[in-house]
Design a protein around this ligand. Sequence first.
Ligand SMILES: C[S@@+](CC[C@H](N)C(=O)[O-])C[C@H]1O[C@@H](n2cnc3c(N)ncnc32)[C@H](O)[C@@H]1O
Length: 334
Amino acid sequence: MAKKQQNANLTLAKANKKDEFYTQLTDIERELRHYRHHFKDKVVLCNCDDPFVSNFFKYFGLNFDKLGLKKLITTCYKSKRMDIFSQHDSEQAIYLEYTGDKNGNSIPDPEEIGIKHFKGDGDFRSQECIELLKEVDIVVTNPPFSLFREYVAQLVEYDKKFVIVGHQNAITYKEIFKLIKENKLWLGFGFTGGAGHFINTQYEDYATAGNHKEGMIRVSGVHWFTNLDINKRHEDILLYKTYSPEDYPTYDNYEAIEISKTKDIPINYRGIMGVPITFLDKYNPEQFEILGLAASAGYNEEIVGIPFLGKKDARPLIMGKNTYARIFIQHKKI
Ligand SMILES: C[S@@+](CC[C@H](N)C(=O)[O-])C[C@H]1O[C@@H](n2cnc3c(N)ncnc32)[C@H](O)[C@@H]1O
């Protein structure tokens, strides 16, 4: 394997286990400018955070009036300190509440921020954190990747709107994919080039020299996940190819055609099409219906969504050869 690919894989494998890196203000700003209108009169929660050093707190604190927020709550995990990233050295944690600027300098000053104490460690699953969650309208954060399934399940259970960072691998988790298929969760605008540089307090960075940034860890495949409506979700993918059996092979084990690049989706094919996971970045539910996902060897009818015509391996096969994971879709407008 080429060294570059080896490094990328290593970064990914390690990133999936690591929960302690912090989002840059520029990445938060770049994403959230598309959601501004959603925040008027809303209570925002940034949990799984390190309030005062967090850029989520900074973003919402500094833009509190511009967004017309009602209240900002940010919670810490295993920490009572406001001035450093959590060292996980406390079985108790704090949270902050901010209701806007009072002294006219447009900055959240320490005396304007209410510091409250949890009885416990600020785990997002604890009852006291759930009570806070119930109070809020929108949750915005970068939660621990290792608990992503649980984290999203909780947001859905309490019917919350959210904009959160996650890894694109999560798309293939059956719980997450089900939400995507049901149009209860979708991808936001994302990170430049599909990779993010995060503030790094403890890990080795495996990025190549050209991609390395001092004090940062580069994580490829990160994305924003949301259930807030955004413009891009209503934009059709512009297509220009037409179907011909020579250009679009059919899978051995599914009655669907293989499309290896989203831009090559034929404009006029009425049947089922297998497209790469990256299709979701451009998905408009008015243009296409998502039927299922074939990503692993075991066939799960609920996830794959279309009949399996093979024997064992449920990954899409073409002339006996595996393709990558594929999402099955169908045109809605033809
Ligand atoms: C990827 S970091 C992101 C931190 C911050 N939201 C940011 O992006 O700047 C995930 C955070 O979740 C915290 N965390 C880990 N397990 C947690 C749990 N069970 N409950 C709440 N927070 C947790 C970690 O300490 C860490 O601060």
